[in-house]
Ligand binder design. Sequence first.
Ligand code: FES
Ligand SMILES: [Fe+2]
Length: 452
Amino acid sequence: MPDDFNIPEGDFRGHDQQSVWAHGPDSELSEVGPGTPCGEYQRRFWMPVAMTNQVGDLPYRIRILGEDLVLFREPGEGKLGLTHLHCAHRNMSLEFGIIEPGGIRCSYHGWKYGLDGTVLETPCEPPASQVRKKACLGAYPVIEYKGLAFAYLGPSDTMPPFPVTDTFDEDGDEMLPSLIKSPCNWLQVMENAWDPFHVVYLHTLAVRSQFIDAFAEMPMIEFHNGRYGEFYTNVRRVNDIVWLRVHDHMMPSFTQNGAHFPVPDKSRYFGRCGLTRWVVPIDDTHTQVVTWRHFREGDDPNGLTDKSKVGFGSTDFYGQDPDRSYEQRQRDPGDYDAWVSQGPRNIHSRENLSFTDRGVAKVRRMLRKEIRSVAEGNPVIHPEPGPEGILGTYAGDTMLRVPLQHGRDDGAVLREISFKVAGIFKAGDEQSILSRKDYIVSALQEYEASWT
Ligand code: FES
Ligand SMILES: [Fe+2]
């Protein structure tokens, strides 16, 4: 028999892996349409629905949480309106509507709606018609800030205050918005931020350094819970520098991470986030990642960022969108390829979660708990801002000069530093938001000095 027909050696068990076929996606965490438990949970939060520079003089059709909507800027006071897509009369799409001062008018029979969906005019109806008083169009409140339109799509009696964090308006920080769509479920995009270990492999060792070489070092990860939310410390030693990269997470999908191109070669105290990010479900199999990229002095000493690439459909770092050839994506895959290739809706029964998936397992547990709580009629507990109305956050890069300690296990040293720095951040939570940063910086300096 020719060698070609020899059965290869090995433990082939493809057919035995029946879990690959046996189960579907996790509906509780991945279905986001109106009336679904996860969709109703997500509607308890303000979320960015669009970049405002996409809203011109015509209605802008969008889809959020499985609901078709139209966003428009009325020319009177210049405010943004967000309504159901279909006219309350006989459902013509308002993407073909006429924007007027104070609202939008349907082209079919001229019904005009205010920003809150009130029917203002029904020009084809006789004067005695009462339909104007009975009908209304679904509409949602919108807040516009630094190039993003945020909306609240939940019940009016559970609307929380708009969550303003300490990273929304810092001196010396230029913030540029971006919005990128992915053809897959929101959960797999959101979970990427809870998986710091993929930075080591996908972004550094797999092909080349997509960010910086120092990411190749396996980090020590510790999770912490502060007054304002969850954060984790991501610690590496780079020569004499102990580099702590801190990552924020507020439910359901708000995250912030450190700078994209930091250089861990000198001390840095509470450097702030490089990215503020929301993962917003469009529907069960489409997702938009909406961000502000932060540009501050000191975040990118080697000048590797390109601001001109930040905008609608793209951002300034590799692999977040599909704008590369299929071959290039195969040869040098990025985050987009990781989360989209998990499938339109990832099937968890096919996974084998491991040590490095602690963050993913944790966020799934937290999410499931909160979804069930809302389904049982409980309110969402939102983080409480201080008297200034601002929420503190933790994310960014801290670099402390702590040389190898003679006679001490360096893993133990790094772990000790992780918890001490997290403790300093949490102690900062007890300060006024105005003095919190100064407090943290000076406490970090003092702590660093204690090692020499
Ligand atoms: S369908 Fe809109 S006014 Fe008739
Ligand atoms: Fe990534």
